[in-house]
Design a protein around this ligand. Structure first.
Ligand SMILES: O=C(O)[C@H](O)[C@@H](O)[C@H](O)[C@H](O)CO
Ligand SMILES: [Zn+2]
Length: 301
């Protein structure tokens, strides 16, 4: 049963051009996120409401916690370590060296501490790009990189089932949420299949996270919503609409991971749309969902 006490609030009017990769950092009661084209990694302190940011030298598409301290981030086509204190970036590995127009997109750490992230061709406008240029990779704790597959259009949301036996993945322009069998020991994936095909008004599947009941939450770009899916039945369980169209990603955070945070974009909106949706690019908090999330896994290298 769905309780109707869902509340949506813009907690940070940040005007991100393309906000992405929300990650809750319990140790600092903060939300990390990136603004991809603005080349910024941001950290919003939920207690003081202050934002700190680090500007890097290329589009930054995802950020994740690092077990040994600081963060890791995907910057351009590089997996990097980010030292928050002195704002320094160290390159851990580079991918797609033969594809000068590519950049990383969404990334997330698996339950064994590997940093998964995929690439895409740079867009000329939202969802307009040379197709099939991307690949999916992961950075192992020893800093070696494995490539899983290529021919990706827009590599996007990813997460793992609660028993760590399934890897969920979105290539946005397939309009599908896919699943693979996952071998946590080796990091290998196999047996790709679709678990949900988006409906027309749901638009483009973007970022994704799993909740503590094993259900998937997908942010729908241009759809102005997050949807909750049951990957076992392939059914949509819930739709939560937001007052902005370009919802890009979601994560759980806050006390006991009972709140959901949603990022969104301003790029691609005309002046009229921006007047109608002045909160576009802000950070939204959704409470009252009645389900919790799980903590993010830190990169183990
Ligand atoms: O947020 C992302 O993942 C991409 O970098 C964005 O550019 C959008 O998703 C894309 O335009 C719509 O699919
Ligand atoms: Zn995305």
């Amino acid at each position: 049963m769905i309780m109707s006490s869902v509340k949506i609030e813009c907690v940070l009017p940040e005007n991100c051009r393309c906000g992405e990769s929300p990650v809750w950092e319990e140790a600092s009661d903060s939300l990390l996120f990136v603004d991809i084209p603005a080349k910024k990694v941001c950290r919003w302190d939920s207690l003081s409401k202050g934002v700190q940011q680090v500007t890097v030298d290329a589009p930054v598409s995802s950020v994740a916690l690092r077990q040994s301290g600081g963060y890791v981030a995907t910057i351009g086509t590089k997996f990097c370590a980010l030292n928050w204190e002195d704002q320094s970036v160290a390159v851990l590995a580079t991918v797609d060296k033969d594809k000068k127009n590519n950049r990383f997109n969404d990334g997330k750490v698996d339950p064994a501490g590997r940093y998964f992230a995929g690439t895409m061709a740079e867009e000329t406008a939202p969802a307009v790009l040379e197709r099939h240029q991307g690949s999916l990779y992961s950075l192992f704790p020893d800093h070696h990189v494995e490539k899983y597959f290529d021919q990706v259009d827009i590599s996007n949301g990813l997460d793992w089932s609660l028993d760590h036996k399934i890897f969920y993945y979105i290539d946005s322009l397939s309009y599908s949420v896919d699943a693979f069998d996952y071998d946590l020991q080796t990091g290998k994936i196999s047996n790709r299949r679709s678990v949900y095909k988006l409906e027309k008004e749901e638009q483009i599947p973007d970022g994704m996270c799993i909740d503590a009941e094993g259900k998937l939450w997908v942010a729908c770009y241009n759809g102005g919503r997050v949807i909750r899916l049951d990957p076992e039945t392939g059914k949509r369980l819930q739709t939560v609409k937001l007052p902005v169209d370009k919802t890009t990603s979601c994560c759980f955070g806050g006390k006991d991971y009972s709140e959901m945070y949603v990022t969104c974009a301003r790029d691609g909106m005309d002046a009229e749309k921006l007047l109608q949706q002045p909160q576009a690019g802000g950070i939204f908090k959704i409470t009252g969902l009645g389900v919790k999330g799980i903590p993010p896994y830190p990169y183990a290298g």
